[in-house]
Ligand binder design. Structure first.
Ligand code: ACO
Length: 159
Protein backbone atom coordinates (compact mmCIF):
# COMPACT_ATOMS: atom_id res chain seq x y z
CA UNK A 1 0.00 0.00 0.00
CA UNK A 2 1.18 3.53 -0.75
CA UNK A 3 2.26 5.70 2.19
CA UNK A 4 3.74 9.22 2.19
CA UNK A 5 7.21 7.61 2.41
CA UNK A 6 6.83 5.57 -0.77
CA UNK A 7 4.87 8.30 -2.56
CA UNK A 8 7.98 10.34 -1.78
CA UNK A 9 6.31 13.71 -2.10
CA UNK A 10 7.49 17.04 -0.76
CA UNK A 11 5.76 20.07 0.72
CA UNK A 12 6.53 23.40 -0.95
CA UNK A 13 5.06 26.89 -1.11
CA UNK A 14 2.86 27.59 -4.12
CA UNK A 15 5.04 29.71 -6.44
CA UNK A 16 4.03 33.36 -6.99
CA UNK A 17 1.75 33.47 -10.04
CA UNK A 18 1.23 29.69 -10.07
CA UNK A 19 -2.37 28.57 -10.69
CA UNK A 20 -4.35 28.15 -7.48
CA UNK A 21 -5.36 24.44 -7.22
CA UNK A 22 -9.07 25.09 -6.73
CA UNK A 23 -9.91 21.44 -7.51
CA UNK A 24 -8.14 20.43 -4.29
CA UNK A 25 -9.32 23.39 -2.22
CA UNK A 26 -12.91 22.62 -3.21
CA UNK A 27 -12.64 19.23 -1.47
CA UNK A 28 -12.48 21.14 1.83
CA UNK A 29 -14.63 24.16 1.06
CA UNK A 30 -17.92 24.44 -0.78
CA UNK A 31 -17.41 27.30 -3.24
CA UNK A 32 -14.69 29.29 -4.99
CA UNK A 33 -16.28 32.42 -3.52
CA UNK A 34 -15.70 31.09 0.01
CA UNK A 35 -12.08 30.19 -0.87
CA UNK A 36 -11.44 33.59 -2.43
CA UNK A 37 -12.30 35.23 0.89
CA UNK A 38 -9.02 33.92 2.40
CA UNK A 39 -6.73 32.60 -0.32
CA UNK A 40 -5.15 35.91 -1.39
CA UNK A 41 -4.32 36.77 2.20
CA UNK A 42 -2.77 33.39 3.08
CA UNK A 43 0.30 31.20 2.55
CA UNK A 44 -0.48 28.21 0.34
CA UNK A 45 1.54 24.99 0.70
CA UNK A 46 1.21 22.05 -1.66
CA UNK A 47 2.32 18.44 -1.40
CA UNK A 48 3.84 17.41 -4.72
CA UNK A 49 4.87 13.96 -5.92
CA UNK A 50 6.13 13.08 -9.41
CA UNK A 51 5.45 16.68 -10.50
CA UNK A 52 1.80 16.36 -9.50
CA UNK A 53 0.17 18.36 -6.72
CA UNK A 54 -1.84 15.87 -4.66
CA UNK A 55 -2.55 17.76 -1.45
CA UNK A 56 -2.69 21.27 -0.07
CA UNK A 57 -3.00 23.36 3.04
CA UNK A 58 -3.53 27.06 3.58
CA UNK A 59 -2.26 29.11 6.53
CA UNK A 60 -3.66 32.51 7.44
CA UNK A 61 -2.60 34.75 10.33
CA UNK A 62 -5.72 35.32 12.43
CA UNK A 63 -4.27 36.94 15.56
CA UNK A 64 -1.05 38.37 16.99
CA UNK A 65 -0.07 34.93 18.34
CA UNK A 66 -2.34 32.68 16.29
CA UNK A 67 -2.37 31.19 12.82
CA UNK A 68 -5.20 29.20 11.25
CA UNK A 69 -5.29 26.28 8.83
CA UNK A 70 -8.06 27.62 6.58
CA UNK A 71 -8.08 24.65 4.22
CA UNK A 72 -6.46 21.21 4.16
CA UNK A 73 -7.21 18.66 1.45
CA UNK A 74 -5.80 15.49 -0.07
CA UNK A 75 -6.79 14.32 -3.55
CA UNK A 76 -9.43 11.57 -3.20
CA UNK A 77 -7.32 8.69 -4.55
CA UNK A 78 -4.50 9.54 -2.12
CA UNK A 79 -6.64 9.88 1.02
CA UNK A 80 -6.10 7.65 4.07
CA UNK A 81 -2.38 7.27 3.32
CA UNK A 82 -1.33 9.56 6.21
CA UNK A 83 -0.72 12.59 3.97
CA UNK A 84 -3.27 14.65 5.93
CA UNK A 85 -1.47 13.90 9.19
CA UNK A 86 1.86 14.76 7.54
CA UNK A 87 0.43 18.12 6.42
CA UNK A 88 -0.89 18.86 9.94
CA UNK A 89 2.62 18.25 11.33
CA UNK A 90 4.13 20.40 8.59
CA UNK A 91 1.69 23.24 9.33
CA UNK A 92 2.66 23.07 12.99
CA UNK A 93 6.37 23.31 12.11
CA UNK A 94 5.72 26.30 9.81
CA UNK A 95 3.61 28.00 12.50
CA UNK A 96 6.40 27.49 15.09
CA UNK A 97 9.04 28.81 12.67
CA UNK A 98 6.90 31.91 12.16
CA UNK A 99 6.81 32.37 15.95
CA UNK A 100 3.09 31.72 16.63
CA UNK A 101 1.95 30.28 19.97
CA UNK A 102 -1.13 28.49 18.75
CA UNK A 103 -2.65 27.03 15.63
CA UNK A 104 -6.35 26.73 14.99
CA UNK A 105 -8.54 24.82 12.59
CA UNK A 106 -12.31 24.85 12.04
CA UNK A 107 -14.49 22.01 10.83
CA UNK A 108 -18.12 20.95 10.64
CA UNK A 109 -19.98 19.44 13.56
CA UNK A 110 -20.65 16.30 11.47
CA UNK A 111 -17.11 16.03 10.02
CA UNK A 112 -16.23 12.91 11.98
CA UNK A 113 -12.99 11.91 10.24
CA UNK A 114 -11.62 15.46 10.41
CA UNK A 115 -12.51 15.77 14.10
CA UNK A 116 -10.80 12.44 14.73
CA UNK A 117 -7.59 13.43 12.94
CA UNK A 118 -7.36 16.90 14.46
CA UNK A 119 -7.95 15.70 18.03
CA UNK A 120 -5.49 12.84 17.57
CA UNK A 121 -2.95 15.46 16.47
CA UNK A 122 -3.47 17.35 19.74
CA UNK A 123 -6.10 19.94 18.78
CA UNK A 124 -8.91 20.62 21.26
CA UNK A 125 -12.34 22.16 20.65
CA UNK A 126 -12.41 25.66 22.13
CA UNK A 127 -15.20 27.48 20.31
CA UNK A 128 -18.42 26.86 18.38
CA UNK A 129 -19.56 29.15 15.59
CA UNK A 130 -23.29 28.55 15.84
CA UNK A 131 -25.15 28.07 12.52
CA UNK A 132 -21.98 28.84 10.50
CA UNK A 133 -22.85 26.42 7.68
CA UNK A 134 -26.45 27.57 7.54
CA UNK A 135 -25.70 31.29 7.52
CA UNK A 136 -22.69 31.27 5.16
CA UNK A 137 -23.60 28.82 2.39
CA UNK A 138 -26.50 28.99 -0.07
CA UNK A 139 -27.29 25.23 0.01
CA UNK A 140 -27.46 22.76 2.92
CA UNK A 141 -24.25 20.70 3.28
CA UNK A 142 -24.39 17.07 4.40
CA UNK A 143 -21.56 14.91 5.74
CA UNK A 144 -22.00 11.36 6.97
CA UNK A 145 -25.73 11.82 6.32
CA UNK A 146 -25.92 14.68 8.84
CA UNK A 147 -26.51 18.33 7.92
CA UNK A 148 -23.61 20.56 8.91
CA UNK A 149 -24.83 23.35 11.18
CA UNK A 150 -22.16 24.63 13.50
CA UNK A 151 -18.43 25.06 13.00
CA UNK A 152 -16.27 23.56 15.74
CA UNK A 153 -13.05 25.53 16.16
CA UNK A 154 -10.10 23.54 17.50
CA UNK A 155 -6.86 24.90 18.88
CA UNK A 156 -3.42 23.48 19.58
CA UNK A 157 -0.93 25.34 21.71
CA UNK A 158 2.53 25.00 20.17
CA UNK A 159 4.55 27.04 22.64
N1 ACO B 1 -14.11 8.25 10.63
C1 ACO B 1 -13.11 8.33 11.53
N2 ACO B 1 -11.80 8.14 11.19
C2 ACO B 1 -11.52 7.87 9.91
C3 ACO B 1 -12.52 7.78 8.92
C4 ACO B 1 -13.88 7.98 9.32
N3 ACO B 1 -14.86 7.94 8.45
N4 ACO B 1 -11.93 7.51 7.71
C5 ACO B 1 -10.59 7.43 7.97
N5 ACO B 1 -10.36 7.64 9.27
C6 ACO B 1 -9.07 7.67 9.96
C7 ACO B 1 -8.07 6.64 9.48
O1 ACO B 1 -8.25 5.41 10.12
C8 ACO B 1 -6.75 7.31 9.90
O2 ACO B 1 -6.57 7.16 11.29
P1 ACO B 1 -5.25 6.49 11.95
O3 ACO B 1 -4.10 7.34 11.52
O4 ACO B 1 -5.49 6.53 13.42
O5 ACO B 1 -5.17 5.13 11.38
C9 ACO B 1 -7.04 8.75 9.63
O6 ACO B 1 -8.48 8.91 9.67
C10 ACO B 1 -6.58 9.16 8.23
O7 ACO B 1 -5.51 10.03 8.33
P2 ACO B 1 -4.78 10.51 6.97
O8 ACO B 1 -4.51 9.38 6.07
O9 ACO B 1 -3.60 11.34 7.39
O10 ACO B 1 -5.90 11.45 6.32
P3 ACO B 1 -5.97 11.98 4.81
O11 ACO B 1 -4.64 11.93 4.15
O12 ACO B 1 -7.10 11.32 4.13
O13 ACO B 1 -6.30 13.53 5.05
C11 ACO B 1 -8.24 14.93 5.04
C12 ACO B 1 -7.39 13.91 5.83
C13 ACO B 1 -7.40 16.18 4.79
C14 ACO B 1 -9.43 15.29 5.91
C15 ACO B 1 -8.66 14.28 3.69
O14 ACO B 1 -9.41 13.12 3.94
C16 ACO B 1 -9.47 15.21 2.80
O15 ACO B 1 -8.90 15.90 1.96
N6 ACO B 1 -10.80 15.21 2.96
C17 ACO B 1 -11.69 16.07 2.12
C18 ACO B 1 -11.44 17.54 2.39
C19 ACO B 1 -11.66 17.91 3.84
O16 ACO B 1 -12.67 17.52 4.46
N7 ACO B 1 -10.73 18.70 4.41
C20 ACO B 1 -10.83 19.23 5.78
C21 ACO B 1 -11.90 20.26 5.90
S1 ACO B 1 -11.66 21.35 7.31
C22 ACO B 1 -10.51 22.46 6.78
O17 ACO B 1 -10.12 22.46 5.66
C23 ACO B 1 -9.98 23.48 7.75
Amino acid sequence: MDTPSNINGKVRRLYPGEAIPYDLLLLADETEAAINRYIYDSDVYVYEAQNEIIAIYVLQVTGSDEIEIKNIAVEKRHQNLSIGKLLLRDAEIKAKEKGFGSIIIGTGDASIKQLYIYQKAGFEVFDIKKNFYIDNYPEPIFENGIQLKHMLVLKKKIR
